[in-house]
Design a protein around this ligand. Sequence first.
Ligand SMILES: [Cu+2]
Length: 70
Amino acid sequence: MQENTYYVHDMACGGCLNSVTQSLLAIDGVKDVQANLQTKAVTIQFTNQPVNLDILASQVADAGYSLTRE
Ligand SMILES: [Cu+2]
């Protein structure tokens, strides 16, 4: 199992955090998501290999937020 940490700097409240978390959990290959409102860090655990950043970012963009590596 692998995990990577990303950032969603436009998460402003618990509602944002839930939207981002749910959108990522819907992706095939994403096993678990831990998002932190204070640091804006989103740590994603993957079932196998990390899912491509473009796929993650596009799914989060559909929810109205932007996911980056830093
Ligand atoms: Cu919010």
